[in-house]
Design a protein around this ligand. Structure first.
Ligand code: HSE
Length: 364
């Protein structure tokens, strides 16, 4: 899924100009290469074998969205065979290695440039929730005003994969089908409708093979595998990846709860930030808004919030709206805000697409 969004974005931005792409697959070797626009016509060779180390070794740059299993298998083989090219990867396998940089160039372009000059060759996309959080409040980190941060997330089905997105819609559909006659009968009691919905969600044949439980009409307060700390791996990534992206020393404490909700591909997050001093909300808002081209401050009104600060408003867009910005009544150093972003764009494909351009520029 990340691969297809990446292709879509690269075609839209005319990114295939200026280098010779070769496409490889783990499952469709020999099939026709992708259509990457009229300029390339039929010049695209068929799909190569993504396990062919010799063929891959001839590349200056490899971009992969195959997942960690593929990276763990092929990356050591390539390096073992003496390959010296740039590895740009959406999967998490190499993210926390000392030899790699997590890329999110609107936030850490300086880190990326230094790494290129230092001869680093592994550039890895970050966790989607972390990348979206940093696109939203990177300005506050850059200004050094954050003492600690806690995030409560509302994560989309897409973060769990394409099958899970289908399952969410199948669950919605099963609930809709089962309750249709009650819904169409204005005299039916609401308690009857409620009972029908919960009965359907808890029935044996409710489609939940992937999530394991209902997500439609419910939430799942657990994402990824358990850690010894009691966190989930998704929660642990908040502190470890953020500090690695920014190269913060000492690390800024970050923690929170990650929750799966029934949106398709936009992650939302509520942040509580302890500032290291009292800074007026206007100034904080300016810092947030000025940090990058995509962040967008939404006024703290009901109308603006419900219309503009939701997955329904943001899906498919690169904008990262930030709203509900206000001080908490715990004191003048406590800031809260809410942000939404498309997890397949800034959360996955976009940092990879942009890193490829940065590496191509560096090589030229
Ligand atoms: N782990 C994330 C999620 C997506 O499950 O939503 C990938 O970064």
């Amino acid at each position: 899924m990340v691969g297809s969004v990446l292709m879509e974005r690269m075609i839209a931005e005319n990114d295939f100009k200026g280098f010779e792409p070769l496409f490889a697959s783990t499952s469709q070797v020999g099939q026709a290469g992708p259509d990457i626009g009229p300029d390339f016509g039929s010049d695209i060779p068929p799909l190569q074998d993504a396990y062919d180390v010799e063929k891959l070794s001839a590349m200056d740059i490899i971009v992969t969205c195959q997942g960690s299993g593929y990276t763990q298998k092929i990356y050591p083989e390539l390096r073992g065979a003496g390959w010296k090219g740039y590895w740009i990867d959406a999967a998490s396998a190499l993210r926390m290695e000392d030899s790699s940089i997590i890329v999110l160039d609107p936030v850490n372009r300086d880190v990326i440039d230094k790494a290129l000059d230092a001869g680093i060759k592994e550039f890895i996309g970050g966790n989607c929730t972390v990348s979206l959080m940093l696109m939203a409040v990177g300005g506050l980190f850059q200004q050094g005003v954050i003492e600690w941060l806690t995030s409560m997330t509302y994560q989309a089905a897409s973060g769990a994969g394409a099958k899970n997105m289908r399952e969410l819609v199948a669950q919605m559909s099963a609930i809709g089908d089962a309750s249709e006659s009650l819904l169409n009968d204005p005299s039916a009691a609401i308690r009857e409708l409620d009972r029908k919905v919960i009965e359907t969600m808890n029935s044996q044949d409710f489609p939940d093979e992937n999530f394991g439980v209902p997500l439609a009409g419910s939430v799942i307060p657990w994402i990824d595998t358990p850690m010894e700390t009691g966190q989930t791996r998704e929660e642990w990534k908040g502190v470890s990846e953020t500090n690695k992206i920014l190269q913060t020393k000492p690390p800024i404490p970050i923690d929170g709860l990650c929750v799966r909700i029934g949106s398709m591909r936009c992650h939302s997050q509520a942040l509580t930030i302890k500032l290291n001093r009292d800074i007026p909300v206007d100034e904080l808002t300016r810092i947030i808004a000025d940090a990058n081209h995509w962040v967008e401050v939404i006024p703290n009104t009901k109308e603006d919030t419900i219309k503009q600060l939701s997955p329904a408003a943001v899906t498919g867009e690169l904008r990262v709206p930030v709203g509900r910005i206000r001080k908490l009544n715990m004191g003048p150093e406590y800031l809260t805000l809410y942000t939404v972003g498309d997890q397949l764009l800034w959360g996955a494909a976009e940092p990879i697409r942009r890193m490829l351009k940065i590496a191509l520029d560096y090589l030229s």
